[in-house]
Design a protein around this ligand. Sequence first.
Ligand code: FCB
Length: 455
Amino acid sequence: MTTTVPDDFLFGTATASYQIEGAVNEGGRCPSIWDTFSHTGHTLNGDTGDVACDSYHRWREDLDLLADLGVDAYRFSVAMPRIMPVDGGKPNPEGLDFYERIVDGLLERGIRPVVTLYHWDLPQYLGDRGGWLNRDTAYRVAEYAGVVARLLGDRVHTYTTLNEPWCSSYLSYGGTEHAPGMGEGPKSFPAVHHLNLAHGLMCQAVRGQVGDGAELSITLNLQMARGDADAVHRTDLIANRVFLDPILRGYYPDELFAATRDLCDWSFIQDGDLNVIHQPIDVLGLNYYSTNRVAMSDRPQFPQPVCATTYPGCGDIDWLPTEGPHTEMGWNIDPEGLYDLLVRVWDEYRVPLAVTENGMACPDEVEMDDDGAEIVHDGDRIDYLKGHMEAAGRAMRCGVDLRGYFVWSLLDNFEWAFGYSKRFGIVRVNYETLQRTPKDSFTWYRDVIRTRRLV
Ligand code: FCB
């Protein structure tokens, strides 16, 4: 069954600055923690974002692709290293001009800009002072958010404070997968809190510039675990409610303190922080790709060692293999998980939702047409998107207030620790020539958008 969406529903695609821009030494940009991380052997094949899709130079072509696709909105991120390249210095006019051109270019093409203010490319000078372990980072990032909002004002449809703070904390300070790759499990918790604080301060900074009409959001990648009720409950607490409850309800659950007692005293929470974190938001973005399977473990666990874990406080839980099929990332394909997620978050928190990322990495095969041009028949990606859109539509029919759906990604791009080995785009990028070629999924999505139906 298909679901017709309201006129103001946003069909879109998403990207992020470090994944597509390249031009890392141009326009007055300073290095970010991801430049450092990728240049010091932490990514597959030593890949870096130095060139990426070269969107810094090819942005007009990319906006034309969006216009051709017919999207209502484009979710992209602004790079703080372009806007505030000097520690303690003034905003950089070249950086500001770059994003102003993109926003105006989108509006000229009838596309609404959905701006992510922080998609992981923290300036290295803040990284040098402890990154998200340092409370001051929250204030510096909020100040930058105010600078962007002063420039772009109400030309932006939605300001998203942070993309996936779970990754910027657990995967970056708990684990070693993301910059700075600290690998000290419980160090995730101060990072979590400072990110939550940054979110609240960024909301205040944007509202301070744009006024109450500013539409604000944050994007979370909630972990959808399946399995033993106890194991599911704990992973939900550590990975999800640690963000949802302070942001949407103004408190950390007591259970969280109990579950992490041996690992962290949470003394970094200061008086008044929760009031700052608990700002009204207009829409909650959810990035969804797959589900996990968990079970309580019978392995001896306690006291839990301080180890490189992205799930501190879950040392007595086992992660089990998921049922297939899987994408090229090894992530299972489970559209029902998206339905469950949307219904659950809506039922519990009653906040309007948007799917701000959903998509699939495929080993795309490139064929040549009679004129020697590249073509990609990515039927698997179409099936993936179709299944998830159907699930999102079903959630809407069950009463979930869903405001938008964004495909990850417009372009094949730098997939963080996986470098260029994983392709998520509905447009192929030939990394030698940087040529863009719409895949079959692009044409398919264009037809979906025209019908204004979730398949
Ligand atoms: C998400 C990120 C995005 C992209 C996709 C595949 O976690 O937000 O930048 O890498 O995964």
